[in-house]
Write a protein that binds this ligand. Structure first.
Ligand code: 8YV
Length: 304
C-alpha cells in the first residue's frame, strides 16, 4: 500500500463487503487501475470504469476476468504466477496426505475424546509412498506437485497436458499419457488446470467413473472443473475412496452444501497460496505490475 500511495491516490474498497460496495462502485468512475482478486470483472463493471487502464490480479488464475472485453478496451491484465507455485503445491500435497491418512478425521477422534483403546483397522488410512500420482494439467503447479510425489515419496508420476511439456528434472520420473490412461492409472488424481471453456465441468460422471476404483481425487484448480453432484455420487457409490477439495463451484462453500460434512470429503477454504510469505510476495508482484503498467512500462507478468 505504501508503494502504491507514494505514486497514486488509492481507494480501498471490497465490493464483496456490503458496507464497502458503494465506495467501490463510486471509485470505479475515476480509477485508472484495479488491484485485487476473486471478483468478476466483466462488461457490466467495465462500463462503470471509463478511465480503467490496468487490472492487476493477486492470483495466478484469471477466470474471473472477461479477457476479450478487457482486450477490446485495451486494458492490461496482469497476474502473479511463479511466486505461489511451491506454496500451492505444498497445500495440494497436504490435502492428498490428509485424505489418504484420514488426518482431519483422526485428529478430531483424539480431540473429541474417542481415543480410548489401541486403534484398529476401522481407523487405518492408506499408504501414499509408492502409489501412482496422476496430474491433470502439467503447468508450474502440477510439476511442483509431481516433484513432491516423485522425489519425496517415491511415487511413479503420470500426467496429461494438452501440449508437450519440457520438465528435465522429472524427465525419467514423470510420464505423459492420454487423459483416459491417466484416469485409469492414478491412485491419486490431482487437478491443476485453469478454468476455461474447455475445462469447465471436465470431471463429469463419465470421467469420474473412468478413474481407478478406490482412487482419491484432489482438486486444486477451480471448483467448476468438477461436477460436484457426480463426485458425491461416486463417493457414495464407493467408486472413489475420498476427495480433497481446496476449491468449490460456490465459495465460500454454502453451509447447506453436502460437500461440507461428507465423510469422504476433506475440504480446505481455498488456502492454496494462503501463507504469510506467499501472499506478501503475490501482493508485491501485483503492486509492481500495476505501477509498471500505469507508468507505461511492460509489467513483469502480463496475461494480456
Ligand atoms: C488466490 C488462487 O490467491 O492464485 C489463484 O488463482 O486461486 C489463489 O492462489 C486467491 O484467488 C486469492 O487471491
Amino acid at each position: 500500500m505504501d508503494r502504491l500511495r507514494a505514486v497514486h491516490e488509492v481507494t480501498v474498497a471490497n465490493p464483496r463487503v456490503p458496507e464497502q460496495r458503494a465506495a467501490f462502485f463510486a471509485a470505479l468512475s475515476t480509477v485508472h487501475g484495479l488491484i485485487g482478486a476473486s471478483y468478476p470483472i466483466d462488461p457490466s463493471v467495465l462500463a462503470l470504469a471509463p478511465c480503467l487502464e490496468v487490472v492487476s490480479s493477486v492470483s495466478v488464475g484469471v477466470d474471473n476476468y472477461d479477457r476479450p472485453a478487457l482486450r477490446q478496451r485495451g486494458i492490461v491484465l496482469t497476474h502473479t504466477p511463479g511466486v505461489l507455485t511451491e506454496t500451492t503445491a505444498d497445500t495440494l500435497f497436504a490435502l492428498l496426505m490428509a485424505c489418504s491418512r484420514r488426518v482431519v478425521e483422526l485428529a478430531n477422534h483424539v480431540r473429541d475424546g474417542h481415543w480410548n483403546a489401541a486403534i484398529d483397522e476401522t481407523l487405518f488410512g492408506w499408504d501414499v509412498h509408492g502409489k501412482t500420482l496422476g496430474i491433470l494439467g502439467f503447468g508450474r503447479i502440477g510439476q511442483a506437485v509431481a516433484r513432491r510425489g516423485a522425489l519425496g515419496f517415491g511415487m511413479p508420476v503420470v500426467y496429461h497436458h494438452p501440449r508437450v511439456v519440457s520438465c528435465p528434472e522429472l524427465a525419467d520420473k514423470a510420464l505423459a499419457v492420454s487423459q483416459a490412461e491417466l484416469l485409469s492409472r492414478a491412485d491419486f488424481l490431482v487437478l491443476t488446470l485453469p478454468l476455461t471453456v474447455e475445462t469447465r465441468g471436465l470431471m463429469n460422471a463419465e470421467r469420474l467413473a473412468a478413474m481407478k476404483s478406490g482412487a482419491i481425487l484432489i482438486n486444486g484448480s477451480r471448483g467448476a472443473v468438477v461436477d460436484e453432484a457426480a463426485l458425491l455420487a461416486s463417493l457414495d457409490r464407493g467408486h472413489l475412496r475420498a476427495a480433497g477439495l481446496d476449491v468449490f463451484a460456490v465459495e465460500p462453500l454454502p453451509l447447506d452444501s453436502p460437500l461440507r460434512r461428507h465423510p469422504g470429503v476433506t475440504a480446505f477454504p481455498h488456502i492454496g497460496s494462503a501463507t504469510h510469505e506467499t501472499r506478501h510476495a503475490m501482493a508485491e508482484l501485483a503492486t509492481s505490475n500495476l505501477l509498471q503498467a500505469l507508468a507505461g512500462e511492460r509489467p513483469i507478468s502480463a496475461v494480456d
